[in-house]
Structures are given as C-alpha cells and as structure tokens.
Design a binder for this molecule. Sequence first.
Ligand SMILES: CSC[C@H]1O[C@H](OP(=O)(O)O)[C@H](O)[C@@H]1O
Length: 355
Amino acid sequence: MSQGIFPVQWHEESVRLIDQTRLPAEYSVVDIHCVEDMATAITTMIVRGAPAIGVAAAFGMYLGARDFSGSDLQEFFAHLDQVATRLRQTRPTAVNLFWAIDKMSTAAQACSGSVGEIQAHLLQTAQKICADDIRTCQQIGAHGLTALPQTPEKLRILTHCNAGALATAGYGTALGVIRSAWAAGRLERVYADETRPRWQGAKLTTWECVQEGIPVTLLADTMAAHCMQQGMIDAVVVGADRIAANGDTANKIGTYSVALAAQAHRIPFFIAAPASTVDLNLPEGTLIPIEQRDPQEVYLPDTHRICPEGVEFYNPAFDVTPAQFIKGIMTEFGVFPPAQLEAAIRSHLSSGNQG
Ligand SMILES: CSC[C@H]1O[C@H](OP(=O)(O)O)[C@H](O)[C@@H]1O
C-alpha cells in the first residue's frame, strides 16, 4: 500500500506539484513559487482534476498575495483581485477552481489585520482547503461504498478518466470510492478507460492502481459498451468537474457515452464528487462552460502526428451527462439521486458546513 499520493503540497515556502504530464514514465515534482507559474501549471495540466486545481488555485492565491510588499490595505486587495483574475483565466469548467478562489478572497476580506496578518491567514486557509479535501474524499469513499451494488460477489467497476488521488489533494473521488471498496474486500477489478486525448485513464488511473496493487484492466475508449454487453461490469463510478443544480454533470469527454451504455445495460452509473463541485447557480447542465482545448492534444498525442495536415478539429475537454442517466451522486455527506441533490446541498450548507 503506497503511503498516499498527494499531488499538491505546501513544501518549504513553495507549492510542490507532482508533474502529471510526465507520469507514468517519470515521477517528478515541480516547485511553484509564484501565481503566474501556478496558472501555467493548471492550464498545461501539470496539475489537473477538479478538486486538485481548486487546491492549487487556493495556494496560487496565497503565492500572489505573498508577492505584495506594501502595507496599504486598499492596494493589497486591488492586487489580490488581479491575482484572482489571473487564476480564473486558467480553465473554465471545473467549478472547484472558482469555489477555492472565492473562498480565499472571502477569507482575506474577513481578516481584520495588517497586510502581513492577512497574508499569513491566507496561507492557513489554503492549507486547510488542502487538508479538508483529503478528508472529504475519504468521506466520499465511505458513503460511496454503501451505494455500490450489495452483491455477494466482488465488484468489477469501470471508471473514466482519472478521478483519483492525482485529481484531488489525495485519496480521490471516484477512485476514492474504488479504494474504499478495495479496502473493504468488495472489489474484484477496476476497468479504466484510456480516456483520449490526454490519456488520464491509461497514464494516471492505471498508475495509481498499480502503486497500490489494485487489479486494473486498461480499456480502449471504444470498449466500454462491449464490456458491459459481455457482463463484465457491475457498476460505473466517475468524477465530476461541475454539477448543475438539477444533477446534470460535466465530466471528462466520453463520460456521456459511458452513461448511455450503462443505461442500455441497466448498470448503475454514479458520480463521485465533493459539494464544492456542485454549482447551484446553474439550474441545468447545458449552461456549464465546456473547455475547448488545443487540437494538438488530438493529432499529436505523443511524438508523431496521427493524422495528415489539412484536417480540422473539435476538442471539447468535457461533456455533460443528463441527470436521467445518473443513479446517484456520491458526496462527503451522503449519496443522493439527482433530483434530491439541490435540497441536500442546501441543507448541508445551511448546517454550517464548508461550501
Ligand atoms: C476528481 S474530478 C477529476 C475530473 O477532472 C478531470 O479533468 P482534467 O483531467 O481535464 O482536469 C476529469 O474530468 C475527471 O473526472
């Protein structure tokens, strides 16, 4: 059992990121000292995954605040607004990024003290966001385990992309549920979609499973429906980047196809995500901003082009699975059918829990 995978850590006055663009061939880290480098790390997916980029943005807010050397509070907050604006420009879909930036801005506004005292408070706030995320993922894992099919046989769970420790501050959301099932002796095997064009399943989910001795089979993105038809899959659990108030969920491109196949084969399809991934300001999924990424990810996945010049491209990084295809949304405070999610979140927030 690995000692845990922590892709974003405060380390010797800088933020230490696992460089996820180099996995699985090379485990390396990047130390981030300023907000501009953190913004670049998010955009280039050195750090990726909705909760992980939220935690990274929180530390990015502190790094930017730390660079202010004056003592005038009005000038400090104007500077902090510029830092927030820069981080907001990095990636549009994962609402966790904006949730974390807002949380840091609110913490700064609520701190009555000198610039130095506010800067110190911001570091503490970012560190708490990081620690809370790991605990939240463990809670998602525990609740998610209770919602999985309660069969005597061990489960074969398919997942798409990487919603693991690498996509969070640690432990993972979908892969956190899978880790909890493994620890409970309820898991036979993970089936991991390769997840083109960035291959998060092939490169990251398999790496996490191998690190911890969890049996994993890598599937090409064309295989999920066939495996379901062959009776190889008992449940699907995936992560999320933004969940609308009605439960419509944006997740890695290809998730919707998996949900359609699961529905056709009556296989339970679950979303695993923290409350910070739910965007109650959006009534439904068609309003979720979908990131369009560089076509080079499609035609140049490694060192050689896979198609000729002259081809045009469409490279949406995410798609939206309508709530009707989702059996339950696994959160840190319970598992809810999409229709009950908004009320559950509002109740959770009104009882003083972090939002
Ligand atoms: C734990 S949520 C992870 C979520 O984020 C991934 O997107 P990306 O790798 O582009 O940041 C993917 O949608 C995962 O499900």
